[in-house]
Design a protein around this ligand. Structure first.
Ligand code: ADP
Ligand code: ADP
Length: 225
């Protein structure tokens, strides 16, 4: 079953076309890697699928609903309640503790603080972060911070996890640890993962790879040029 889909999506930043008719359908529980050269439109496609950007034309469907036709409020609820996010540079709040950062999505959903922190704490051991709960996130190493970011992306049990270069700031060994944890957690919870990466070693963790070129997905070489 297809859980999320882009149909002939176009998107421009002012005069700069980023997507020129991109289509992709992602199965429930699938781990999909979006590859492609820098500037080809990978992040823009991810942001359209995630309801962060609204396409200029084309459709985004999630669970049978037209995301592109939703209001800003509806898209924001969708992101909060059903999606999780992990970005390249963690984007943790440095003044908060690691556990508070993980708890944030739950707090934003109205879960009470004690309950949100209890759930947040539950992620630390399995991500190899024992004892890091009370550290300010600004004091964590890159690999620790990215595992905290992963916990934050997963804590609210999203249906789809969007990851944009989740290992981009890490050395390759640390990146592999993060990917192993990401894939294990996603499989265990049946979470669909859409991952943007330019690293073949990272894409190798996915069930399927697609290539974005010139704002389109997987076009044959001959047409893409
Ligand atoms: P990728 O993720 O494959 O590197 P992006 O989706 O980030 O590609 O970018 C696609 C195109 O859109 C590029 O030409 C890029 O320069 C442009 N672009 C991306 N974000 C912006 C922005 N905020 N403002 C203007 N142009 C942008
Ligand atoms: P990525 O690694 O995902 O391709 P980039 O380094 O291209 O990301 O872009 C980082 C940020 O800068 C993104 O938020 C993107 O939207 C923005 N950006 C990318 N290209 C441009 C551009 N030409 N003009 C303005 N902002 C851009």
């Amino acid at each position: 079953t297809i859980v999320i889909e882009a149909r002939s999506v176009t998107f421009s930043f002012g005069e700069t076309p980023a997507l020129r008719g991109a289509s992709i359908a992602v199965d429930a529980g699938e781990i999909l890697a979006i590859m492609g050269p820098s500037g080809s439109g990978k992040s823009t496609l991810l942001h359209c699928l995630a309801g962060i950007l609204v396409p200029d034309s084309g459709e985004i469907l999630f669970d049978g609903r037209r995301v592109d036709a939703m209001t800003e409020t509806e898209r924001s609820s969708l992101r909060r309640d059903r999606f999780g996010f992990v970005f390249q540079f963690g984007q943790l709040v440095p003044e908060l503790t690691a556990a508070e950062n993980v708890a944030l999505p739950l707090l934003l959903s109205g879960v009470r603080r004690t309950e949100a922190l209890r759930k947040a704490y539950g992620w630390f051991e399995r991500l190899g972060l024992d004892g890091m709960e009370q550290r300010r996130s600004g004091e964590l190493s890159g690999g620790q911070a990215q595992r905290v970011a992963l916990a934050r992306g997963l804590v609210a049990k999203p249906e789809v996890l969007f990851a944009d270069e989740p290992t981009g700031a890490l050395d390759s060994l640390t990146g592999e640890q993060v990917m192993n944890l990401l894939v294990a957690a996603a499989r265990e919870q049946g979470i669909t993962v859409i991952l943007v990466t330019h690293e073949p070693r990272v894409a190798a963790y996915a069930d399927r790879e697609v290539i974005v070129r010139d704002g389109r997905v997987n076009l044959p070489e001959r047409i893409a040029s």
